[in-house]
Design a protein around this ligand. Sequence first.
Ligand code: 5AD
Ligand code: SF4
Length: 358
Amino acid sequence: MTNTGEIFSRERLIEMLSLHEPKAIESLFGLAKSIAYETFLGDVYMRGLIEVSNICAKNCNYCGIRADNKNIQRYLMPIEKVEEAAQFAFDNNLGSVVIQSGERNDKAFTDYLDDVIKMVMRISDGKLAITLSCGEQSEETYRRWFESGAKRYLLRIETTNIALYKTIHPNNNKHNFSHRLEALTALKDIGYITGTGVMIGLPGQTIADLADDLLFFRDLEVDMVGMGPYLVHAETPMAADEAKLLPIEKRFELSMKMISALRILMPDINIAASTALQAIKPEGRMLALHSGANVMMPNITPVEFTENYFLYDGKPGTTIEPTEKLEGIISDIRKAGFNPCFNVAGNPPHFYRTQQTV
Ligand code: 5AD
Ligand code: SF4
């Protein structure tokens, strides 16, 4: 019988996220790790992350690749380059790839992405699982990409506090909380294995907001969550709010607590060890495994492009070749006492459990 998670009150979650005794925090991490072990037996699902384009039509106030940042070189990876990266993933027995990009809704881009999906299916004979992380799209586009072979989609809600959502985005129709929610529902309805997530330590965000985020994940019955600390990017409007932020170590610790609390709440979903954690501490993503995460996404974007995919300052590993990065991460996962999985899609048990009960 799969552990379906304890029922927690909002107050209990707030308590967990507020722990400050180092021993109490350690036991929270330990409990989450043992719950993850019950579901995954120490297995870590691997995805090769390919950042296919940093062109974005949106202007989120926190993000380094927002449209108004004129100080970066924009790129769209030629499909042959994406093919090389996907082939690299396949040859290295990674069971899946994550295709990530800025958000564009124009036909040239939606067609391009459809070609990318079909190419990955073709070169791997349908064996490489595809997760998309390409923002809000029409239901029609989501459906088209699904039919072409992508079966998982990540769309972070960023924060579930609507007032806070408004402060971190421009106030216009392109950046609308309800639209984002509708997009998430559409993804679920189409049949995607759906993931979302939030940023942790945003200016003005409270512990109660984060507890509400966790309850949102549970109520929406999401299958995957990727969340990490908010990190400043100098060329963004929110860089001006730096003084309002929690110290970076505290944002890191709070992110770990969020992972642990979520693992206790939702034992059989996939939880990613996010790259943003590694930007704070080199061993950040391994610490996330020790706090309940079970997914690792080594970046396999060719180095010529990664240097232009800066969502926040200090993004790690932008000049290291994919081969070296992958070898390093595999060895780190093993050293941490976990088992990196190869040639498996690594879908979350939660998806199958909730499908059956619908
Ligand atoms: N700090 C942390 N995460 C960020 N993202 C974008 N900008 C930042 C930042 N400054 C995250 C958002 C987005 C994902 C692709 O990257 O959560 O959904
Ligand atoms: Fe674009 Fe996503 Fe960055 Fe917003 S967070 S500016 S949608 S890439």
